[in-house]
Design a protein around this ligand. Structure first.
Ligand SMILES: [Zn+2]
Length: 108
């Protein structure tokens, strides 16, 4: 089993993933396993051994780069800020509350 696979939270049972905050020297954060639009964190795996990966997390960027496969003629029109806002990102886990609910509460 992968070391970065989602697992049920031992307090509330929601699926979560454990990550380390990038550049923090090992501070851990528990994230809801399901990324949602309006979320806060980007994650990426670190390591080469599939059984011994670490997941790193960082605040999501304000803008993202154009997709690699986008035709060059379209890239100047690509709005990286809108694209970042429309993308799903991870949310810090809150016991008993799904990522979608957390984000929904913020906007209401
Ligand atoms: Zn929980």
């Amino acid at each position: 089993m992968s070391s970065i696979a989602p697992y049920p939270c031992d307090r509330c049972g929601l699926a979560v993933i454990k990550a380390y905050i990038f550049g923090s020297g090992g501070v851990r954060i528990v994230l809801d396993a399901i990324p949602v639009v309006g979320g806060d964190f980007a994650t990426w795996p670190l390591g080469y051994d599939p059984d011994n990966l670490r997941l790193l997390a960082a605040r999501r960027p304000a803008r993202v780069n154009a997709p690699y496969d986008m035709p060059a003629t379209l890239k100047p029109q690509f709005d990286g800020y809108s694209a970042a806002n429309e993308r799903a990102w991870y949310v810090e886990h809150v016991h008993g509350v799904s990522a979608a609910e957390i984000v929904e509460r913020r906007s209401s």
